[in-house]
Design a protein around this ligand. Structure first.
Ligand code: ATP
Ligand code: MG
Length: 348
């Protein structure tokens, strides 16, 4: 047979894909409301409040920002532009992307930044729309080419259109390296996204599973959920476990997704983000990971070992910030020993 019969397993496979943006995002109502409130002045031609969203991987930061953008575009005629700074990490690339999202031709080579900026002011003046820009994974930009922030702030002086920005990062200190002058002119509100609890993760995966599958055995979602939490709490891991289990069930010609299918695929579902993150952390953080890699270690011992291996060690207080950051992005775990209540740091 050339064409497959309708799937017995999947109702809609796409709904289990990490790229799919659901109609509702359970347990993110408060963050979505705060973000929408910050941006909403733009719909009345007033200046929105720039917002910095941060938190560990796979907990709905990008999804919430895209959700709010979708609603605002649909209901208020604001222009929204989403940019992932992994893909566009120079000032010129980002400005060009904004211009081309307005439907204007951008010559790939040969345009200087000032030329792009003047096209952009032209296009903004003509459209009179408010503009919201989301710079996702903004730490990529801050490491490589922070000029875009200056350029975007400068636009505010040239055009009357209200311009607002969302910045997203795993790193709550992503802006720490910037000049205070820039940070204060960004006038940012902050929204911290916290990891989902077990029950929240269950509800989310249950909902995605009910959109995606026709029928699942009891325990399937719970197992995918446990795996996602064991691996650091990234919803994508839960979704991928479900998706892979579904495909296996289909290959087995099963009538539903079963717990045994999930069990078989779990070893193939790994975190992808930590690998990417590891390549982009600071040298101090790399060193911390090297030391922690070998054994569980108390904070004081870690600091001592670190101090021995560098010429000019950071103060303990600064050092603690880095360890906390690694903990926040799930590259190390901080625990407390029961016997003497001392804190120890271990590998995830
Ligand atoms: N509350 C939720 N309801 C439904 N799906 C969710 C929810 N939170 C996250 N997801 C899904 O989990 C996946 C990962 O979410 P998202 O891409 O927003 O993570 P993130 O916080 O931006 O992670 P990262 O820091 O790695 O970029 C997406 O498929 C998203 O749709
Ligand atoms: Mg994201």
């Amino acid at each position: 047979m050339l064409f497959e019969e309708e799937s017995k397993i999947f109702k809609n496979e796409d709904m289990l894909s990490p790229e799919y943006l659901p109609e509702v995002l359970p347990h993110r109502e408060n963050q979505i409301k705060q973000l929408a409130d910050n941006l909403l002045p733009a719909s009345k031609g007033r200046k929105p409040i720039n917002t910095f969203i941060h938190g560990p991987p796979g907990i709905g930061k990008t999804a919430s920002a895209r959700y709010v953008f979708r609603e605002l575009e649909n209901y208020s005629g604001i222009k929204t532009i989403y940019i992932n700074c992994w893909d566009h990490n120079t000032s010129l690339a980002i400005l060009s992307k904004i211009v081309s999202d307005f439907g204007m031709f951008v010559q790939r080579r040969g345009w200087a930044k000032d030329e792009v900026i003047s096209r952009l002011t032209e296009v903004l003046e003509k459209s009179k729309k408010s503009l919201l820009i989301c710079l996702d994974e903004v730490d990529q930009l801050i490491y490589k080419d922070q000029k875009v922030l200056y350029d975007l702030l400068r636009l505010n002086q040239y055009v009357k259109n209200p311009i607002g920005m969302i910045f997203i990062s795993n790193n709550p200190h992503a802006f720490a390296g910037l000049e205070n002058r820039i940070i204060s002119s960004l006038g940012m509100d902050e929204i911290e996204f916290k990891s989902y609890t077990l029950q929240e993760m269950k509800n989310i995966l249950q909902e995605r599973s009910s959109y995606g599958f026709r029928s699942v055995e009891e325990g399937v979602v719970a197992l995918a959920c446990a795996h996602a939490l064991n691996k650091g709490g990234d919803v994508r891991i839960g979704l991928e476990s479900l998706l892979k289990a579904g495909r296996l069930a289909e290959r087995d010609a099963s009538d539903k997704v079963k717990v045994e299918h999930v069990k078989k695929v779990l070893k193939d579902v790994k975190e992808t983000k930590p690998q990417i993150l590891k390549e982009n952390i600071t040298d101090v953080e790399k060193l911390i990971l090297e030391i922690v890699d070998k054994n569980k270690i108390t904070f004081d011992d870690l600091y001592e070992e670190y101090s021995k291996s560098v010429e000019k060690p950071l103060t303990k207080r600064m050092f603690r910030e880095y360890v906390n950051h690694l903990n926040e992005i799930n590259l190390v775990k901080i625990g407390q020993r029961k016997s003497d209540r001392s804190r120890f740091i271990s590998k995830v």
